[in-house]
Design a binder for this molecule. Structure first.
Ligand SMILES: [Zn+2]
Length: 321
């Protein structure tokens, strides 16, 4: 892939200049091999989802995406609407938050996209630069049982964490997510993703989702079609629901007052899965809404923008076979 090297160097130079904060849809990296073009963000802030878009005038029935030790297989569908060009596939990926034990730092992540044509295989190997995020601090006062766990509560959280990690490790290759994501409750965000939290004065994990306003009993809707893989009453998350949307994408709904679906059940986009409540570790009723992509917690809010917030360049290279 020596032909891509100058692009990667250019991208790194830009990323170094743009480190100041979260810039979504900053210069997308575009590479073309034969008739196939790849678009992906050149740098990603920690805790950010990003889209890999593959386009070609020809069908692409077999596409492999290798990321963080996982392989996602997908195929292109015919583009529709104005600007339709041919065939397109999209893969949703993300980079998680950096552990607060580590100093802020940038890191390069290799991505491999393999597109099998009728006669040739086109292999793209872009490098994605993860840059540090700039997250606000949140100080919360909560009952002491949530900051100083009893032996029983500690044992309970350890066992629940194992269930949750197993749910987040679910991988089904069918894709049910689509752009944009549906808002689970109409209420605005009261607690942003990634907040550095201090509970009763002590540092805790960063906020791995968004808190959305909602009165007690407000309907909570599935953000996409999917299958319910875990429901439970957890110490921190309270009554919670985990939904698998395929290709490693899992949504989470915490602190519910009611769960209205069962494990194993299929849900449609917008289907009511529960009601807003104040179960678990909370200061009052709200929905904690989380999204995990291949085990990485990411901010779901940008995905509620049209086209999941992805802006593709208007001109398309590689049009001529
Ligand atoms: Zn929350």
């Amino acid at each position: 892939m020596s032909r891509n090297r100058p692009i990667v160097i250019l991208v790194l130079a830009c990323a170094a200049l743009c480190m100041a904060g979260t810039v979504r849809n900053a210069a997308a990296l575009q590479q073309s091999l034969g008739p196939v073009s790849l678009y992906v963000q050149d740098h990603v802030t920690e805790g950010e989802a990003f889209m890999v878009t593959i386009r070609s005038p020809y069908p692409m029935p077999d596409i492999e995406c290798l990321w963080e030790g996982r392989t996602i297989r997908t195929q292109a569908v015919r583009e529709t609407g104005s600007g339709a060009h041919g065939f397109m596939a999209q893969v949703l990926l993300g980079v998680g938050l950096v552990s607060r034990d580590d100093p802020p730092h940038s890191e390069l992540f290799p991505l491999t996209i393999r597109v099998r044509g009728y006669e040739e295989v086109y292999t793209f190997t872009p490098t994605i630069l993860r840059i540090p995020g700039d997250f606000p601090v949140q100080k919360l006062s909560l009952p002491r049982k949530y900051s100083h766990l009893s032996a029983d509560d500690l044992a309970r959280t350890i066992s629940e964490r194992a269930d949750i990690q197993a749910a987040l490790a679910t991988f089904t290759n069918e894709r049910y997510w689509e752009c944009p994501m549906r808002r689970p409750v109409p209420g605005e965000v009261s607690g942003v993703f990634g907040m550095k939290r201090f509970i009763n004065g002590e540092p805790r994990q960063q906020h791995g989702g968004v808190d959305m306003r909602g009165k007690y009993g407000t309907s909570v809707h599935a953000c996409w079609e999917g299958r319910v893989i875990l429901t439970g009453e957890h110490f921190f998350a309270g009554r919670s629901v985990f939904v698998d949307h395929g290709q490693g994408v899992i949504s989470m709904y915490f602190h519910l007052s009611d769960i209205m679906i069962r494990e194993g059940q299929r849900v449609m986009p917008g289907e009511v899965i529960g009601r807003v409540g104040s179960s678990g570790r909370v200061t009052g009723p709200h929905l904690h809404f989380g999204l995990s992509i291949l085990g990485a917690a990411v901010d779901p809010m940008p995905l509620m923008q049209p086209a999941c917030g992805v802006v593709l360049p208007k001109n398309f290279e590689g049009d001529t076979p």
